[in-house]
Design a protein around this ligand. Structure first.
Ligand code: ZN
Length: 365
């Protein structure tokens, strides 16, 4: 066992991806009413995949983490035995939060989207959480109808192994807008952070300047979407209305954050009369309410340079350990960036997650 893997013993993984094999897997969890609709509307879409994560793209599944069947191996993350062996056991994880990425939240029909999300959550509880005591999960909701999303949060909140509500980084509107506040009201009521994961509902171009030609442009531009959502949450006053709400940026990268905080702070000083409810420097609000998972870690490889990025982030409480399994963000066991300050390791691996997700403490055995 390598020193790198020894370092992660007992860690809490805040971003892993069990994969739904296809829409057919949801049928046992859907009311009869929806079976005909799924057959009619989704007849040619047995796999309702998010275009952000083409199943056969190398990024979507590390080669040694893919099942052997299928065109380039089977769907990465679809087999629990592999996830247990390669992520939970291999890295010695104490807990791991499942974020299932599938197209249900992007369906236009608000009732069908809500029904598919309900089915996904029930599928997650039965097929994953019930089969390994180390697993926790995010509640998947469709933001197309925020009131139905809030109702789904309330329904799932009775199950303490659901520890977060997950939304995608790119949707129909900036996520701070008041239309979405029923989601945040319900999340805060149940002590559930909002996790924003990389990915798009493809209502708009995935860059600020139009449609790119290549997948790599879409993926590299995701950090712009995270910055937009963060600015929206603060400018709209979400954290004023919901003062205990936490926001977790999942698979966002981290190195863009200091520059964004500087620019937002500078511009806020000159425009703050427009948003009088923003009474603090935006960077202070970010440090109090926002957390980020560490894979993909897009910081500099040199330890001294890395220390400077950590200092610029300006808080030891913000980074959360993640493998992003089975996404291909690192090779071998290099899941932790080299050169992290010793004082930060325990916080990143365990303590920050426990402080961010109160339900982890409630449900830990
Ligand atoms: Zn992820």
């Amino acid at each position: 066992m390598s020193d790198l893997v020894l370092a992660t013993r007992g860690a809490i993984d805040c971003d892993i991806h069990p994969a739904l094999p296809g829409t057919a897997a949801l049928l046992p969890y859907l009311d009869e009413h929806w079976h005909a609709t799924v057959a009619m509307v989704l007849g040619g879409m047995a796999r309702l995949e998010l275009n952000s994560y083409p199943p056969n793209a190398p990024l979507t599944g590390r080669p040694d983490w893919r099942p052997s069947s299928g065109p380039v191996g089977g769907k990465a993350g679809s087999e629990i035995a592999m996830l247990q062996a390669q992520a939970l056991d291999h890295f010695g994880l104490s807990l791991a939060i499942c974020n299932c990425l599938y197209g249900a939240p992007a369906v236009y029909n608000p009732d069908l989207g809500a029904a598919l999300c309900r089915a996904m959550n029930d599928w997650m509880a039965k097929e994953w959480l019930d089969r390994d005591a180390r697993l926790r999960a995010s509640i998947v909701v469709s933001p197309v109808d925020p009131e139905q999303a809030a109702a789904e949060i309330a329904r799932c909140a009775a199950e303490k192994r659901f520890v977060q509500v997950m939304l995608l980084a790119m949707g129909e509107l900036p996520l701070g807008r008041r239309a979405y506040w029923p989601i945040y009201r319900e999340a805060e009521r149940h002590g559930l952070p909002i996790g924003i994961h990389a990915g798009s509902m493809f209502r708009h171009a995935p860059t600020q300047s139009g449609y790119p030609s290549f997948l790599v442009e879409d993926y590299a531009a995701q950090s712009q979407a995270f910055a937009t959502q963060l600015i929206s949450f603060i400018a709209e006053g979400v954290f004023v209305k919901f003062p205990t709400l936490k926001l977790v940026l999942l698979e966002s990268g981290v190195s863009w954050l200091p520059a964004m905080m500087w620019r937002f702070g500078k511009d806020w000083r000159g425009t703050r009369t427009e948003v009088p409810w923003v009474k603090e420097l935006p960077a202070s609000i970010v440090r109090e309410h926002v957390r980020l998972t560490i894979q993909p870690f897009d910081g500099p490889p040199d330890a001294a340079d890395l220390q400077r990025v950590i200092e610029q982030i300006g808080s030891d409480d913000m980074l959360l350990f993640s493998t992003d399994y089975p996404h291909w963000q690192f090779d071998g066991d290099e899941v932790l960036p080299r050169g992290l300050p010793e004082r930060l390791l325990q916080k990143i691996l365990v303590d920050n997650a426990l402080a961010t997700y109160p339900r982890l403490t409630e449900t830990a055995s």
